[in-house]
Design a protein around this ligand. Structure first.
Ligand code: FE
Ligand code: FE
Ligand code: ZN
Length: 288
């Protein structure tokens, strides 16, 4: 199983520290933001200890394909009401693609954004127009994330992502990140994951799925809320999440945990161990 989690990326060890953190959880995948997810302030890539990080990955037999970068969720390429917001997103994204390439990662996860006071179709058109101004991808694939449909979010149906990707000039540079909490909140029945994959394949194409975010959800299916829960502590449940982690059709795809800290401590070491063993023990998490 290719299992990892969201890890920190901060001074003084930056990306090297991220890899060390992932290894400490017995993870063989990881996801990091290149700075604070809620702002666009960034340390230059040449100070992030990228080659040291790549060396450590190699020493531990970890594939660089399983190091995922997540763009900050503050950027909103769907905003046509304030064009400067979409413009900032576009400029930042062009630099973020360069940083992703400098780090040596292949996949950059991006939230499609929110259409605010316009409508879904305008949001989709705005995202497509913004992304289509990007000329250089440096070998990076942008993975549009499936969203919960909170507020005016775009991307809570596979059709939205398919429509954006169809409009892309450089289609080979686009793929998808599927978040189990988000699609459940959006109304998909993740307990019947094979049917979800069938639908994904029909609408988007399974070959375009590159990352899975494996999260339980605090809310009922269809709630359109987006609150992640620890494994087995939400409405999806451990059995379903374990079955997704073990599903042969997505065995080559990294599964990244974005579950909340418990008592200010990261739960990932234990959640990863339970997914690998298939044995769930809630007391391990409750007593963290
Ligand atoms: Fe995300
Ligand atoms: Fe996610
Ligand atoms: Zn989320």
């Amino acid at each position: 199983m290719i299992l990892g989690c969201h890890v920190q990326m901060k001074a003084p060890e930056y990306v090297l520290g991220s890899v060390k953190e992932a290894i400490s959880y017995d993870a063989n995948a990881l996801m990091l933001y290149t700075g604070a997810p809620q702002n666009t302030k960034r340390t230059p890539a040449d100070r992030l200890l990228c080659s040291e990080a790549r060396q450590l990955m190699e020493d531990h037999g970890l594939d660089m394909k399983n190091m995922i970068i997540h763009a900050p969720y503050i950027i909103n390429p769907a905003n046509s009401v304030k064009p400067e917001v979409a413009e900032l997103a576009r400029e930042f994204l062009a630099q973020e693609i360069e940083r992703t390439a400098a780090i040596g990662a292949a996949y950059l996860v991006l939230h499609p954004g929110s259409y605010t006071t316009t409508d879904l179709e305008t949001g989709i058109a705005t995202i497509a127009a913004q992304l289509n101004t990007i000329e250089e991808y440096h070998g990076v694939t942008i993975c549009l994330e499936t969203m919960a449909g909170k507020g005016s979010e775009v991307g809570y149906r596979f059709e939205h992502l398919a429509e954006i990707m169809e409009k892309m000039r450089f289609q080979e540079n686009y793929g998808v990140c599927l978040d189990t909490c988000h699609i459940s909140d959006a109304g998909y029945d993740v307990k019947d994951f094979d049917s979800v994959l069938d639908e994904f394949d029909r609408v988007i194409g399974l070959d375009r799925l590159h990352v899975i975010h494996l999260n339980d959800s605090k809310n009922e299916r269809g709630a359109r809320k987006d609150r992640h829960a620890n494994l087995g502590m939400g409405t999806i449940g451990f059995e379903t999440l374990h079955a997704i982690a073990a599903n042969e059709r997505v065995s080559h795809i990294p599964k990244i945990l974005e579950t909340p800290y418990i008592n200010k401590k990261p739960p990932y070491r234990y959640e990863i161990a339970m997914l690998r063993s298939g044995v769930y023990d809630s007391s391990v998490l409750e007593n963290l």
